[in-house]
Each structure stands twice: as C-alpha cells, then as structure tokens.
Design a protein around this ligand. Sequence first.
Ligand SMILES: Cc1cc2nc3c(=O)[nH]c(=O)nc-3n(C[C@H](O)[C@H](O)[C@H](O)COP(=O)(O)OP(=O)(O)OC[C@H]3O[C@@H](n4cnc5c(N)ncnc54)[C@H](O)[C@@H]3O)c2cc1C
Length: 422
Amino acid sequence: MAEGTVHIVGAGLAGLSTAVRLAGRGRRVVLHEANRFAGGRCRTFHDPRLEREIDNGNHLILSGNRSARAYLAAIGAGERLVEQPARFAFVDLANDQRWTVAMSGGAIPWWIAAPGRRIPDTGIADYLAGIRLALAGADKTVAEALPGRGPLWTRFWEPLTLAAINTTPERASAALLWAVLRETFARGERYCRPMLAPGGLGPALVEPAVAWLEARGAELRLGRLLRTVESQARRAATLRFADGDEVLGADDRVVLALPPSRLRAVLSQALPGIDPPDDACSIVNAFFRLAEPPPEGLAPILGVLSSTAQWIFRRGDVVSVTVSAADSLGLDTKAGEELIPEIWQEVRRALGLAAGTSYLAARINKERRATFDQSPAGVAKRLQPRTALGNLFLAGDATDTGLPATIEGAIRSGERAAVLVA
Ligand SMILES: Cc1cc2nc3c(=O)[nH]c(=O)nc-3n(C[C@H](O)[C@H](O)[C@H](O)COP(=O)(O)OP(=O)(O)OC[C@H]3O[C@@H](n4cnc5c(N)ncnc54)[C@H](O)[C@@H]3O)c2cc1C
C-alpha cells in the first residue's frame, strides 16, 4: 500500500510526539504550526526584564511519566531532565510550620507508617482513604470522593489537586486525580521523583525533537495558521491555511494536535457537531530574579500553603511561582502590579529571606488557556482520536487519554494518534 504524507497541525508536545513516532517509522511527515516557534503551552523564551531564559510556567514531570520518558529517549534528550529524590518540602505561611514528605521505595507506602516522614498531624487511616478516588464514579469530584477536611485535606489533597488538575477539588474530576496517583504516588518512590529541566523546558523537550525530526527529513512549517478543514466523501480533502491551501492526496493523513477551542473552529465545516470541552482554565506564574544568591540548601521545589503562591520553583537566581486554577480563585483578573508585591512577600517568607529583601526584576505570565475543563462534565466531553473522517485523527492533551491535561497526556495522545495513522 502506498504511504502518503502525514500532515500534523500543531507543534505542541502532542504534535511533536506524533511526528517523532511516525518519522521514526519512516513516514513522511509535515508539521504545520501557527506560531513562529514549536512547543505550544510548554516553551522557553528570553525575558528582557529578567535578562534570563524562562519557561512560560513551571511544569512538573514525574519519573512515573513513562510516555514522556520514552519520548525523551527517542529524541536523545533523556539527560536533559534531571531526576530529584522524591522528597517534597512544604511551608504553611499561616504558622510558619515546615515539613518534608519523604517517600519510601516499593509499592507499599511504608513512609505513611513513619510519623517523621508523613505530613504533620495526619494518621495512616487518612492516607488509606485515598483509595476512594479509585472507586468514585466518573461523575464524582475530588471533594465528593474524599471524606474529611482535616490536615491531610489542606496539606495534601487540595494542593495536589490544584497542581495536577489545575482545578479546585470542588470541581476536579476524581477519576483524573486517581489516574495521576495510579501511575506515580501509588507505585512508590521510584515513580514520583520530580524530573527538572535545568536548561528549561524548550531545550529539554522541544528543540531536541525539532532537530531530531529535521535530521530525518520531516518538515516543520512555522507561521502556518490552519483556518479550516474541508471534507469530501467522509475524508478530509483540503487544509485551508491562512497562507494557502494544502490539497490532500488519496493516501495522505491528517493529525490535528490542537487545543479544543481551536479544534472547534477549524472543524466547524467538516465535523459541525464536534463539541470538545472548554479550555479556559488559567494558570498565573510570577517570576522573580533574586538580588542575592538563594539560601543554601533550599529545596528546588517548595509547596506553599495559606497563600496565593502555591509552588515555588528555583532555577539559578530565578524563582518562579505557580498559581493554578487562577480563574476559579479570581486571580487571573488581578493586575500584575497587585500580584507581584503580594506574591513576593510570600516568597520572601517561604524562602526565609529577611524582611525588606527585594528582588532585581519581576514579571507575571498569565496563561489563560492553560488546560481544558477537568470537571467530570468537561472530562465527559473529551474527544476520541478517531473521527468520522477516515483520514483525520486527533491528538492533544484534551483528547480522551484518561490522564489530565499534562505533558504526559499530550505525549501519550501523540503515541496513540501515530499508531492509528500507521
Ligand atoms: C503555565 C502552565 C503550567 C503547566 N504545568 C504543567 C505541569 O506542571 N505538568 C504537566 O505535565 N503539564 C503542565 N501543563 C500542561 C502542559 O503544558 C500541556 O498539557 C501540554 O503542553 C499540551 O500540549 P498539546 O500539544 O496538547 O497542546 P499545545 O501545547 O497547546 O499545542 C498546540 C499547538 O497548536 C498550535 N495551533 C493552535 N491553533 C493552530 C492553528 N489553527 N493552526 C496551526 N497551529 C495551531 C499552537 O500554537 C500550539 O503550538 C501546564 C501548562 C501551562 C500553560
């Protein structure tokens, strides 16, 4: 059988992962991307104010993310993510209490039996109640699935849900949180080591993939905005880009690796009934370039409670702060001038810097469409990778991977689309 060209639209991690899998099998691949750069929601850029390379937001990858690891190995970038021990440091700014959760190896979580390794004021039974997430139906939220609102709730379930699902526990799908736990925390320490990118997300996950693809003859066409797909006889026939048409041959295939809102627009003629979840869930990130070197022994990631700041990541002299579910918390509409001093005071206290310590430069980055609606109702709208058009497939973190909107989910969606195409 003749093998036509595979046109992949969207060079985020889902599109890159699809392209890597297909080019690896010798398929001719053309990757079309609206922006002048690849990476989509996961990118590194030079910030002139900070005079540093920064990521658009902190991204946590865990060692249990098997698809992300396989992708990195395939593009020869396995060493660009550095594994950290699974020790999670926290500070509660309400009372300045600090603790570190130190997980043990193996699937049996012995660490929850050791009071010094678990979260203060929690008992073994609190942790075991987490199994209720696995048993909750698809229509349940995290808050509905889990009983009790004690210390484990405020110190673990709530921050974990915000970080992993970018949604408050009152809205977040219990099934999605369980999917994360099943592949990471429930399997023991080896599977939940943070994997950090000291050189940035782009140099780890994006640039090596682009170079790898180009070396195999794949074409990356930047600045190509797909406006619409035209169909004929239940097949995609023409891709109408802002700068011209791509008429598809009989053996050509298309993979749309686009976020839901874009997908709805480009498929409005070819698949008018398509109804993906909304994708207006935002994340706010604050960046501070420190005036002095960070304190010795500072954890690379610090969870912060009773504050606007949720997680503090440190890379060199830049600390970056994540505020997930910023839309639900009413923080995405707050002006940067208001957020910067508020978050800085929290960072200063969390890092133990003296009162009056200032920073050299700061900036806020608001990602208004960071993730899709990960409530049970939103999850029920996730699209399957096959469509009613025989030669058109879907990838992207919002397709029905069973995982939340994550790097792992995006990469896995690309693996799956590549299998369907091949
Ligand atoms: C601030 C932030 C923090 C995050 N934190 C984490 C985290 O800690 N851990 C984690 O695993 N995940 C995290 N995520 C989620 C993760 O970044 C995404 O799930 C993943 O990058 C999505 O990849 P994708 O390829 O599915 O979509 P995208 O990255 O959105 O890629 C889609 C691509 O399509 C292009 N495109 C759109 N429309 C068109 C068009 N009409 N024509 C051509 N091209 C088009 C876009 O420009 C983009 O490049 C975070 C996201 C953000 C924004």
